[in-house]
Ligand binder design. Structure first.
Ligand code: ADP
Ligand code: MG
Length: 259
């Protein structure tokens, strides 16, 4: 079993404090959700863990099985077993989807032991089939001209191909119609198992009807302010973030009060 531990994480952007002491522990075999209103620091958490240089960690640690990931170069964080699906996936013109995924898999293996092409193509074919993706998606340049739904589906394809220990999935539901949402959820649920843990970041409760989390964390103003089971997500759906905030007696301004 592996553990991903975020300890007292403080993150600043352009001198502005965004994360103000985030704590959470995720184990393989578990799926956790982080919910929270817009602008509360959810994406900041994933960007900081993955090492985006715009996000300055001023305090705290992120430990993968006791090793502080924040001290590792970015590529080694991925090698250590971490995968991040970003809210806004980058376009990489000139690199096909297939090349990118094969590169990502091999970067995580030792140099003298790349995945065999045959094995790779078989797995790619099976997973694309599973995600109802058309074959031509494999040869397109990464994310170039992909629709919102295609990008998200493709992030899940990468996830299924790379098979990381831990995945942080940031707003994989945004902009998806119900069919795409079901496919994306089906992919994440297929990954579920003792060797895999995931942190699902979402603004809406809807996704959590399809991917049932073991633990739900609610983030507001750069801190985890509440934790519970799936019922906490349901409650937020009914009462909104403002309702929970008022109940907890927090003095926080939400950017979109009706979220
Ligand atoms: P969430 O994902 O919860 O909606 P974010 O983590 O994206 O929130 O943003 C938290 C806060 O940090 C917001 O006030 C946002 O405007 C600010 N922020 C995020 N990224 C940047 C950036 N690259 N430059 C300046 N401010 C940023
Ligand atoms: Mg975000």
């Amino acid at each position: 079993m592996s553990t991903l531990e975020v300890k007292n994480l403080h993150v600043t952007i352009d001198g502005k404090k965004i994360l103000k002491g985030v704590n959470l522990t995720l184990k393989t075999g578990e799926i956790h959700a982080i919910m929270g209103p817009n602008g509360t620091g959810k994406s900041t958490l994933s960007e900081a863990i993955m090492g985006n240089p715009a996000y300055e960690v001023t305090e705290g640690e992120v430990l993968l099985d006791g090793q502080n990931l924040l001290e590792l170069p970015v590529d080694e964080r991925a090698r250590a077993g971490l995968f991040l699906a970003m809210q806004y996936p980058a376009e990489i013109p000139g690199v096909t989807n297939t090349e990118f995924i094969r590169g990502a898999i091999n970067a995580r293996r030792s140099e003298d032991n790349p995945i065999s092409i045959r094995k790779f193509l078989k797995k790619l074919d099976e997973n694309m089939d599973f995600l109802d993706m058309s074959e031509e998606m494999a040869d397109r340049y990464l994310n170039e001209g992909f629709s919102g739904g295609e990008k998200k589906r493709n992030e899940i394809l990468q996830l299924m191909m790379i098979e990381p220990k831990f995945a942080i999935l940031d707003e994989i539901d945004s902009g998806l119609d119900i069919d795409a949402l079901k496919v994306v959820s089906k992919g994440v649920n297929k990954m579920r198992g003792p060797e895999f843990g995931s942190l699902i970041i979402t603004h809406y409760q809807r996704l959590l009807n399809y991917i049932i989390p073991d633990v739900v964390h609610v983030m507001m103003d750069g801190r985890i302010v509440a934790q519970g089971g799936p019922e906490l997500a349901k409650r937020l759906e009914d009462e909104g973030y403002a309702g929970l905030r008022d109940e907890l007696g927090l003095d926080i301004k939400l950017t979109d009060e009706d979220a």
